[in-house]
Design a protein around this ligand. Structure first.
Ligand code: MG
Length: 115
């Protein structure tokens, strides 16, 4: 799946339905947050072990919410003029500096290195 193609398809989907007036950045950000909540709700009462071995029905439900999240995120980026791939690559590069690969004998850590 190409992010550019998805962006174009979502833009067309919204335009065909006259949804541009609803797809304001604030609205899309709020819709995105709502969909993240729906994703979390699919997992919230499962044990960690159950989350790691979802049933097919659970995986389908989680996948549907992940798709909602991706669609709203992609649409929000389009409306704001954010190049998601460029922004993501830049953030990954920043994270590489904040979270260096552990050397031999060093413990893995999720604590960022202080700049
Ligand atoms: Mg949803």
């Amino acid at each position: 799946m190409s992010l550019d193609a998805l962006t174009a398809d979502l833009r067309a989907f919204a335009a065909e339905r006259g949804w541009e007036k609803f797809h304001r950045p604030k609205n899309l950000a709020m819709a995105l947050a709502g969909e993240v909540g729906e994703l979390v709700a699919e997992l919230q009462w499962l044990t960690p072990e159950e989350c790691e071995s979802l049933t097919d029905a659970q995986r389908d439900a989680v996948g549907a919410e992940m798709a909602d999240v991706l669609m709203y995120l992609t649409r929000l980026a389009d409306v704001l003029g954010v190049d998601l791939e460029t922004a993501t690559r830049a953030k990954m590069a920043r994270n590489a500096g904040r979270f260096p690969v552990p050397g031999p004998g060093e413990e893995a850590s999720v604590v960022p290195v202080q700049a």
